[in-house]
Design a protein around this ligand. Sequence first.
Ligand code: FAD
Ligand code: DLZ
Ligand code: SF4
Length: 508
Amino acid sequence: MTRAVLITGDQLSESLASLRAAERGVDHIVFAEVSREASYVPHHVKKIALIFSAMRHFASSLEDEGHRVFYHRFDPDSDIESFTDALRAHCAEHEIDEILLTWPGEWRVLDEFRKMEGALDRPVVLLDDDRFLCSTDEFADWAEGRKTLRMEFFYREMRRRTGLLMDGDAPAGGDWNFDEQNREKWTGEPEPSGPMSFSPDAVTSEVLELVASHFDGFGELDGFDYAVTRGQARRALAHFVRHDLPGFGRYQDAMSAGEDYLFHSRLSMYINLGILDPMEVCRAVEQAWKDDEAPINSVEGFIRQVIGWREFMRGVYWLKMPEYASEDFFGNDRPLPDWYWSGKTRMRCLAETIDGTRRNAYAHHIQRLMITGNFALILGVKVPEICDWYLSVYADAYDWVTLPNTLGMVMFADGGLFASKPYAASGKYVQRMSDYCADCPYDVGQRTGSDACPFNALYWDFLARNRERLSDNHRMQMMLKNVERLDPGEKAAITRRANWIRDHVEEL
Ligand code: FAD
Ligand code: DLZ
Ligand code: SF4
């Protein structure tokens, strides 16, 4: 019996379930660069280049290990536009008895996989993606009977299960969470090293030419410096642990003009592709603490993101899809401003974040949450438009992780399934955590008037507009009371300013 094993662009792990099941030298390992995957959103060109180059490198490493690899390169004139087309063409040319797949990262692709048996007239076996620490069934068991899902409780279970940062049954360092130490503003010292850069090799250079000729989605292709192999990604991990992990905790929420990364790892794109394993990343980080090379607040904070948030988001996605994608708690109706794609706004915080996104296909978490995310929330942007923006512009973006972060964490469109309140904030928050406001033409100290920081009026107006909807959220009570306390004249001026901003958002 010969099977065709399709490996998608984010399944580049030797430990992948379908690769473990494949018979080396017998089964056909199929990769396909296809237009449907490359165009379901206008992906950042660096994201496409990363995926194609990493796929090509991974395919040749499998070949070196004795697998029979069949690689369909991107061809704009080809009739092969989808995974199904690629497998159909493969089955027409070769004797294939069965198709072997691993659970994909998007509902859209799962839907395609489920239709393959009919489309290809062959049995299709779909295996679980066990590269995650918590399976979708285990997450569903954990969520069963809970009205709201709180990451913190899930995370403690993951700590116990993995043994990471555990001292017997107790959390190492005496606490589960050291977040109160992780909110410092960064004022220039210590200097971050930044993520490790890699020069394009011949394979990547060929991919860069291909992408430059055929794709013009979003962003800049120049300066491509990502790891594209497992070996490189492991070096990037070691580099982060050695240089930037120590400062990661303290400055986790900080932002600064001209600093695209600060102390963040830029490892998500490698973990999500499959070329780094989440547990190996956490073990390396934990070891730095054991060796006294990084403080507990950095190490715990980092591990929480990976075994906590990352696993939790995947759990939420598969628990709630496909209905989840249509949630719209606030009934938003504003289009996404055009300048989300160009970066051309005078608002410094947004211009900086979007400019970094255009250059690097990257922004760090607090920029995604509190700058581009917060603005979309308080403006009331249509949920699918902002979700598609995030899915397009970041090199680490796949629906299983982008959607819950955007729809749930940022837009609160699920009404608080896992976020205890919307992350709405005024310019004051941006001023506290960054140096953006100092050089901004808008005045962060003003709520009204033509020079006032747009975040301010939008924030107060967001609270006023959604008072009823948020009235039974106990964490919002103080903020809602502050709205009630506003002087009626001031309140009317805020509404006028917010309406003006909404009507002239493209001019900001
Ligand atoms: P670091 O700050 O170094 O964090 C370490 C690791 O923790 C990351 O590499 C990542 O694997 C994990 N992590 C941290 N936070 C989260 C989280 N909230 N959800 C899942 N994993 C997390 N992350 C993605 O991987 N893909 C996305 O498409 C994505 N979209 C996002 C959209 C929005 C609106 C927001 C607010 C967050 C999003 N995130 C996404 C989460 C987070 O912002 C990124 O994982 C992080 O910025 C990646 O950069 P880094 O590797 O330098 O992370
Ligand atoms: C994102 C992406 C792109 C741009 N192109 C391809 C591709 O041509 N072939 C492929 O196998 N995968 C690609 N991907 C990643 C897939 O979209 C991803 O595997 C699915 O979204 C499931 O997570
Ligand atoms: Fe952003 Fe407002 Fe600060 Fe300008 S003043 S950088 S718009 S928060």
